[in-house]
Each structure stands twice: as C-alpha cells, then as structure tokens.
Design a protein around this ligand. Structure first.
Ligand code: ADP
Length: 259
C-alpha cells in the first residue's frame, strides 16, 4: 500500500540516491547479521560508500561483528555521528547500551528508534544503506518493513527445507509492504573440511533454490559453513575484510556485485 506520512519522511531523509537494502531472514541464527557485515565490506571493496543500520534491536550483534563497540558521538542535541569500522559507518542499539543489557522496550519505542537511526544519524553520502532486519514476520519485523516501504530485500536462509519454508513467509510480508526481493543468499550451504576436497551438505540441499523459485528471484550466493566465517564475526574482522581469496569471501563479493 501507500506509505503513510511518517514512512515517506523517513525514507526521504537520506540522500535520494541511496539504495536501501534490508537483509531479512525467517528466523534467527541463520547468519543474517554475518551476511549484512560481509556484504557491506564487499560493497566497500567494490568502491561504493555503504552504511549499516542494525534494526535487530533485541538481538543486535553488528557492533561486535564490526569490531567497534564504542558509543556514537553527539553532533548536537539532534544528530548523532555513526560509529565507524572497516571504513563503514553504522548504528545499533548495541552502540547505545552495554552489550549484556537487555532491551525491553515495546513496539512503539522500537519503531521510534529505527526512525531515529534513519533521521538523526549523520550518514553523509551513501551509495548503499544495509539494514539488518529483525528475524521473522513478527510485530517488529512488520513495523520496520512498514517504515521502509519500497526498499529491496535480500533473504538469508540455510539449505534446510524447513528453514526455507519459514523464510518464504518473509516473502509474503514483503509483497504486502511493496518490498522487492533482490535475491536469496543460501548460508551454511555446505561445509568445507580441511581433510578432503568434498563439500559436506550438513543442512541438506536445495533450500535456497526452492525459496528463490517460490519468490521468483535468484540465489545470488551460496556461502560455505566454515570456522573462518564464524571467527571473523567473533573478532570483528568480517572474512571479506582480510581473507578476500577465501571461498566464503568470494561468494559474498559475488553477491555484492548483484546488488
Ligand atoms: P542471525 O543474524 O541470523 O541471527 P548470525 O549472523 O548472528 O545469525 O549467525 C549466527 C551464528 O552463526 C554466529 O555465531 C555466526 O558467527 C555463525 N555463522 C553465520 N554464518 C556462518 C558461516 N557461513 N559459517 C560459520 N559460522 C557462521
């Protein structure tokens, strides 16, 4: 439907040339945030300016994954400067509270926070703004989607049939909020061990393809399950940042070229 006034104001506050892409998933734990940071670093490597909004307010993990847990500086009583890491500006609820602090706000406050992330952060000129969305199709995910109508989505799933099924509900929600699905990223597509050349299909096969077929889009990358990806997230060095030749990094770069 037509975005209401608030929503229109929010999306227009950014430079009109900024491409906003939401990174979504049917459920938590499939690698949505890992995908967000690596796509951001990949876009940066491709020469674009890119920022990240962590809209996964309850389950924020972007500050740790980017390797900067510091607080944003206030520019004046209205505007915040984003936090920077890997040459990428970002903002997260995690930048504003302690990491172990639970966030217990209700829906309207969450909406307000996302709006402030869009309007009251000095983003500067961005080619891309990636938004790490809350998982699923619950209230928070829906209100964020309504706040960002006409944005594009990348949908992250594992190859597991059940996971892809859950993710397809995000597709239905996207249709209602006029969000276009740019493509599916199949994460944990296979495990590469260091003993043999074989790909081990821990979570089965075909979930990404099935989901893409269901939504009428393409699988834009298959990311292997590897300790290097996990480690990169844990230490604040996304794998694309310092292991560009790694198969996982290559897959993220391939996906970024399609955004
Ligand atoms: P989500 O944002 O969907 O909840 P995360 O990005 O936080 O998921 O990932 C969940 C966990 O899985 C994290 O510990 C992360 O490091 C790990 N992980 C994600 N993708 C991979 C991968 N391709 N290989 C290994 N570990 C991964």
């Amino acid at each position: 439907g037509e975005p209401h006034g608030e929503a229109r104001k929010s999306t227009m506050a950014l430079a009109s040339k900024t491409t906003i892409i939401g990174v979504a998933s049917g459920k938590g734990g499939v690698g949505k945030s890992t995908t967000t940071v690596n796509l951001a670093v990949a876009l940066k490597k491709l020469g674009y300016s890119v920022g990240i909004i962590d809209a996964d307010i309850y389950g924020f993990s972007i500050p740790r994954m980017m390797g900067n847990m510091s607080r944003p500086q206030a520019l004046d009583d209205q505007m915040l400067l984003p936090v920077w890491a890997h040459d990428i500006p970002f903002i997260s609820a995690g930048s504003l509270v302690n990491e172990d602090q639970a966030i217990i706000w209700r829906g309207p406050m969450l909406g307000k926070m996302i709006e402030q992330f869009l309007l009251n952060v000095q983003w500067g000129k961005l080619d891309y703004l990636l938004i790490d969305l809350p998982p699923g199709t619950g209230d928070v995910a829906l209100s964020v989607a309504q706040m960002l109508p006409n944005t594009d989505l990348v949908l992250v799933t594992t190859p597991q049939a059940a996971a892809a099924q859950v993710a397809s509900r995000v597709g239905s929600m996207a249709a209602k909020t006029n969000q276009r699905i740019l493509g599916v990223i199949e994460n944990m597509a296979y495990f590469l061990c260091d003993q043999c050349e074989k790909k081990h299909f821990i979570f089965g096969k075909g979930g990404g393809q099935a989901l893409a077929a269901n939504l009428g889009c393409e699988v834009i990358a298959e990311i292997p399950l590897t300790a290097d990806v996990r480690l990169g997230s844990d230490v604040g060095d996304p794998i694309v940042a310092d292991k560009e030749d790694h198969p996982a990094a290559q897959a993220y770069l391939q996906a970024a070229r399609k955004l």
